[in-house]
Design a binder for this molecule. Structure first.
Ligand SMILES: C[S@@+](CC[C@H](N)C(=O)[O-])C[C@H]1O[C@@H](n2cnc3c(N)ncnc32)[C@H](O)[C@@H]1O
Length: 248
């Protein structure tokens, strides 16, 4: 199994993709190759591509080359979501922030979330953007995105899509107990604000995934999160995908 995407972030050099192709050409045993999302691997199992349910959820929902290229990150999240359910870790699921809801939709299908009335999934975002905001805009931010995301989960009565600014909105709507916490806010103050409200609510055995933790472009987040978590006795595992992983 090979996965070849030419989506790499932070590089415009014209020769780069050709260079990656040359690298692939030079690999004698062409199996287990993954390119994309700033990863180049070879000789790997890439076991998530053999997980038919994950593949169906991923293939059935991605809409853009970037969403396709981040498949390894999605596999990490799918593993975390499935693990807390399998281990019966008490609590709800939270994503700060969900943007189009693609990732959450994949996780819902992968974990049969609609058939789990004992758990809710809280999806937060601003859904719109203006230049006063610390983080960058995304292509589909608009006045209609909240309605689109709400519609995406119309068949999931246990998914709550919440529009508002983190952390303030968390004081209005948020679960008391959390099993799975995915933070992807692209700015350090909001991420620390989310942790201030939600980390204590993460159940023992619960999993926190910090999407931007390992990326140099978002280094301010790591620099804020490392001491914040160290004070509480936790250290983040930086994954090759760029995500950070913490077990409560
Ligand atoms: C990279 S996107 C999230 C992508 C999403 N996790 C996914 O997997 O598809 C980052 C999002 O964070 C949102 N955001 C940034 N700061 C925020 C804040 N303070 N409150 C709520 N949402 C925020 C932005 O609106 C943006 O949609």
């Amino acid at each position: 199994m090979n996965f070849l995407s030419s989506v790499f972030f932070g590089i415009q050099a014209e020769g780069f993709v050709q260079g990656v192709q040359k690298t692939i050409d030079s690999i004698p045993h062409k199996d287990g190759i993954f390119t994309g999302d700033n990863l180049i691997t070879f000789g790997r199992n890439l076991g998530f591509f053999q997980d038919e349910k994950f593949m169906a959820a991923w293939r059935g929902n991605v809409e853009t080359p970037v969403e396709e290229a981040i498949v390894w990150r999605l596999a990490v999240l799918a593993w975390a979501a499935k693990s807390v359910i399998a281990r019966k870790i008490p609590g709800d699921f939270v994503e700060c922030a969900c943007y189009k809801g693609i990732t959450a939709r994949i996780l819902c299908e992968y974990t049969d979330f609609a058939q789990r009335p004992d758990r809710s999934y809280y999806l937060y975002d601003l859904f719109e953007h203006d230049d006063s905001m610390l983080h960058h805009s995304m292509a589909e931010h608009s006045t209609t995105l909240f309605d689109k995301v709400t519609a995406r989960f119309a068949d999931h009565p246990n998914v709550q899509v919440v529009k508002g600014s983190i952390p303030e909105v968390l004081h209005q709507v948020s679960p008391e107990k959390v099993a799975f916490l995915h933070i992807d806010l692209n700015n350090a103050p909001a991420e620390i604000g989310a942790l201030e409200v939600l980390f204590d609510r993460l159940s023992p055995g619960g999993i926190l995934v910090l999407d931007d933790y390992g990326w140099l472009a978002y280094r301010a987040q790591k620099l804020a999160e490392d001491p914040w978590l160290a004070e509480r006795g936790y250290q983040v595992l930086e994954l090759p995908t760029g995500q950070g992983l913490v077990f409560k």
